[in-house]
Design a protein. Structure first.
Length: 292
């Protein structure tokens, strides 16, 4: 076999591998599996900050809960998703039954862990319902009220991610509040960044998100200022001698926040990369916690 032919076959093999990896990655992001995995990293992040041995059962419950809620949300967001995420919208109905099974399994684990854990795991479904479903024709979905969507999504992640791990050990209320605030602000920024990418679909659906209202440049400064609140939180931790070994990682998370804000509000970023680097922010944060 000639050398050119060998090189051609090698190139084809490499291209096939790249295409295969891309398809797998797109499946994980479109199906909410990647989001569910990142919710596990959020919980793991809290376990490490609390200095509590991570509970595999709790992290499984978090995974199942997140997959269930976002899977059900695909059914309620079919109109805007058909514009913003057409590849997901076409298959949205396929995830309804698996999502219900996953969420019920999550609640089952919550019952096993105790009534407080059950209530915490039930909260995302309640929040998802009140912000996605139009109960009355005269009352808008909370998702359509400016800023409420981002606040509720961030609250849901922070509530579950900060409180569930705290149940597995003895943690002061002060530490729980700090971890909750850190997760909340990070997730608020991330949610608004996806709204930046969804401006077209949200305008068609009549959803008044922060980027729709402010535009790209003002949204960039708004998110930069919001992200800067975390510097105050880190300063408080330093003065109070809380999470001192992890402060470097928290500062890394803040720097990462600035980077994604400025990149994705510049209209250069695409949804696929955002799903990897915005949703996937918690993997490098956890790695930093383990390495630093």
């Amino acid at each position: 076999m000639s050398v050119p032919v060998q090189k051609a076959r090698a190139c084809l093999a490499n291209n096939s591998l790249v295409c295969g990896a891309t398809k797998v990655t797109k499946f994980f992001t479109a199906s909410s599996l990647f989001l569910a995995l990142n919710s596990v990293f959020v919980a793991y992040f809290s376990f490490i900050l609390y200095n509590i041995t991570p509970s595999l059962l709790v992290m499984l419950a978090v995974f199942l809960s997140t997959f269930g809620v976002y899977g059900l949300n695909k059914a309620t967001d079919s109109i805007e998703d058909s514009i913003n995420k057409p590849e997901s919208a076409k298959k949205g109905s396929h995830y309804i039954i698996p999502s219900i099974i996953c969420y019920l399994s999550s609640l089952g684990i919550g019952l096993y862990e105790g009534p407080i854990a059950f209530a915490i795991l039930l909260t995302p479904l309640i929040i998802g319902f009140i912000y996605s479903v139009k109960v009355c024709s005269k009352v808008p979905r909370l998702k359509e009220v400016l800023g409420v969507k981002s606040i509720l999504v961030a609250f849901s992640w922070a509530f579950t991610g900060a409180l569930l791990p705290a149940l597995m050990g003895t943690v002061s209320l002060q530490k729980v509040i700090i971890v909750f605030c850190f997760i909340f602000i990070q997730l608020f920024v991330n949610t608004v960044l996806f709204d930046v990418l969804d401006i077209k679909g949200d305008k068609v659906s009549g959803i008044r998100t922060i980027p729709v209202h402010l535009g790209y440049n003002k949204t960039r400064w708004f998110l930069s200022i919001t992200n800067s609140v975390l510097l105050i939180l880190v300063g408080y931790c330093w003065l109070s001698e809380l999470f001192i070994p992890q402060l470097t990682t928290l500062i890394f998370g803040i720097s990462y926040g600035y980077a994604i804000v400025w990149y994705y509000t510049s209209q250069r970023g695409k949804r696929f990369s955002a799903e990897l680097f915005v949703d996937g922010e918690w993997l490098p944060l956890v790695m930093a916690l383990k390495l630093i």
